[in-house]
Design a protein around this ligand. Sequence first.
Ligand code: ZN
Ligand code: ZN
Length: 107
Amino acid sequence: MTLAPRIDYRPVSACEDCMILLANGEVPEDRPDLSDIISLRWQGYGLVPGCPPDCCQRTEDGDSPEPWFSWSACEICGSGLAGNSQHVTPFETTEKETTILSSVTGI
Ligand SMILES: [Zn+2]
Ligand SMILES: [Zn+2]
């Protein structure tokens, strides 16, 4: 019998740098190691920018809400700088690599 992977869809807060990297694959110029940091911290997880429909207040079109300003550390990269935050939804995978999906469809 194989155990089903523990599924945890609790969204975590991500800083702007992480959101851009996860959404567009763009590494910020002043943080060239960001991609490595995320891969190490979230090894074995998939990361989906955005969050489940019942999480944040949506716009009328169903789009994700605007980023909000946060003083809390980014839960994706651990950066303690205050700035704009958005939700990213992690889920456990059997992959060793960090997987990045581009949408929350299906969650
Ligand atoms: Zn959310
Ligand atoms: Zn971050």
